[in-house]
Write a protein that binds this ligand. Sequence first.
Ligand code: PEP
Ligand code: MG
Length: 868
Amino acid sequence: MAKRVYLFNEGARDDRDLLGGKGANLCEMTRLGLPVPFGFIITTDTCREFFEAGNKLPSLLEQEYRVALDLVEKKMGARFGDPENPLLFSVRSGAPVSMPGMMNTILNLGLNDDIAEGLAKKTGNARFAYDSYRRFIQMFADVVLAVDAACFEKELERYKAEHGKSQDADMQADDWREIVECYKRLVEFPDDPFEQLKMAVQAVFLSWHTPRAVVYREMNNISDSQGTAVNVQAMVFGNFGDDSGSGVAFTRNPSTGERRFFGEFLFNAAGEDVVAGTRTPLPIEALQEKLPQVYDELYSTQALLEKHYRDMQDIEFTVQEGRFYMLQTRSGKRTGRASVKIAVEMVREGLISEREALMRVSPEHVEAFLHPMVDPAAKTDIVAQGLPASPGGATGQIVFCAEEAEEQSALGVPVILVRRETTPEDIHGMKVAAGILTELGGMTSHAAVVARGMGVCAITGCTDLSVNSEQGVATTNAGVELRRGDTITLDGTSGEVMLGDIAKTEASSSDDFQALLGWADKFRRLKVRANAETPDDAARARELGAEGIGLCRTEHMFFDAERIDVMRAMILAQTREERQQHLDALQVFQHTDLLEIFQVMDGLPVTVRLLDPPLHEFLPHTPEDIESLAERIGKSASQVRTLTESLSETNPMLGFRGCRLSVVYPEITAMQVKAIINAAADAADAGFRPFPEIMIPLVVNVREIRLITKIIDKCVRELTQARNISVPYRVGTMMETPRATLGASRLAPEVEFMSFGTNDLTQMTYGFSRDDAARFIPKYLGEKLIDVDPFVSLDRRAVGRLMEIAVRESRAVKKGIKYGVCGEHGGDPRSIRFFHDLGLHYVSCSPFRIPVARIAAAQASVGFDTND
Ligand code: PEP
Ligand code: MG
């Protein structure tokens, strides 16, 4: 039978899985000879056993922990349940991965009337004994017996009011004794300390399933199956008098990362008083003044622990009658900026290696250097929750249409553009908005993709809201009305919508951040390219470290107000000649942008994708817009309406789009190829080194590729002859239909690169519309029908399998193909790890994700074994 109970001198820091993080660290500190009140740990295996048996403790468990308890008694020189010389315990949860404050704790366990009286006698401090007793009753009732803590608070308030006491410090021994009597009338609890212990152990196990713990695990991707350990530890008392107290400290500043011991202390207080925030703690220097020896011991202990764990520690300690005790150490939670500073400085101090530093920083931490972030401590009035589509924080006044966004922001008013969903026509408003909030749309919807590309904070799929643009109001499920002009704050990193202006941290780079990125580049194998379609985006991408452009969605070049009408006129043209005339105009736009992009990306590859979206997406929808377009392009409204209707599709995402457009309108493709090659030739003439790659979207078979390659080659031949130039270019395909991936070996001979469009590939593998999935994905997640949104993190099982088949089978017939990913997953750290394992050459993501991708790619290379 596996051992279920471990004394603190029987474990070590590596036993986290079995003993939980807290328990493993208590053992480690005991091993280091630090003053840790002794105790024992019931294992996480026992917790799972408990759940498997239908929430029943194993029959032998009590016997096992009683043996341990005897040894603790010997060591502490006191006895559990003995009124003459009582020993009290704290009973705390402790999971393998830290979940601060999420589960239950019971302090002062082992008290009843006799023992409280005994404690008063033994300590000569009745006030302390009865204060501890009332705390115990309240905590036990709350945690074990599920009695609402508020009824105790009420009693206490009543008593204080009746007796003219304003603070706890005014309460004397007799007052606490009275309070205990009151409390006992509110709840029936077991007198027998062993019964108390058994019930407490059960309650801690059960707290693994409290809603807040479940939500925390979901948010932090912690497995549900781990379970918690139970730490049973001899109590020491910070509320024993003025030479006692409790404190928490960090070995470095957790918000800035500054290398300076940082902590808070409360005299004559239990640990819970510090954590609960009911009294304002003093800076740790107060302890130095009053109890200098204790401070010295604390200071050397924290230094030792940081050196030992080689990471910033968050410690809890207690001082009882001038004696120092360590209660907990764990790796401290920190802000993104602090995490980078600490990791980089620890390398410089020789504490950790560069590889370890990389593994210490979560890719999301990097966002704090790229976007303003909502201060977590300042968050209030959260009124709705949507999908975290584009990170960072933004505050502004609500507007409901793109035009208003432009007007207001021209007046210097920051705006949040609130839409039911966005379309290409909203781009001009999205560009100037501080943030974007949509009721519909998933993580790869238009709003999400465009906002991420622009680095604008966005929340999509906020189905908590019902947006009525005409009336200028968005109403939450709870009935809160967000009106035009109201100020709201979006947290695009968490998906929360808040009322008012919530504090944010500034974004700025730092030398430490640059150093870390430099190390990332040293270790990563995957290249990182950008999804960018404007020269500005390309320049920003290059600044952020892009090694090329992996996806230039050429349609985005036509969304500008002055260009979209030409595009529309081209789509609505009724003769070849008319269409050609508009295509010539479009070619000029495309040429101008591409020339600049090739210049910015000098020496690096630029993958230009042929036109992809359904043409209907470019056309106006409302009668007014149709009429005004008709006027602008010299057609009648009814003509425009009829043509628009003729292009409307039942299922546009599976309809007339992608390379199907090239098949039906080869002249559009020819225009694009001419723009690409001419721009590349002009860039080369100007002394730059352009490397254009022409990418064919939404391919399903090799014949499409052959047909389109023929158009491309013919165009290039004609141009190069006419201009007497030679432009090196490559032709490749997107891999975004399941059929393309399964038929990759047939596509391979015709292409030089394959770029996985994981947005469409996910959409078509699941049959989940990427624009509509937000309606049901939250429910799927809630019901655990899926673990993560497949549009956020790549589904390895099926989508990943299709990719793996495509790479393996195409490689078998042709060496030298370059493989990349240009779907939104290219910027997702978890997916990047998979792409690394798959042996792809590059990922391509929006410019602001590039640093995140560089770190994630390095982490994938370094792996999780950091003991080098
Ligand atoms: C994709 O489908 O993954 C992709 C990159 O193309 P788009 O998002 O433009 O459809
Ligand atoms: Mg696609």
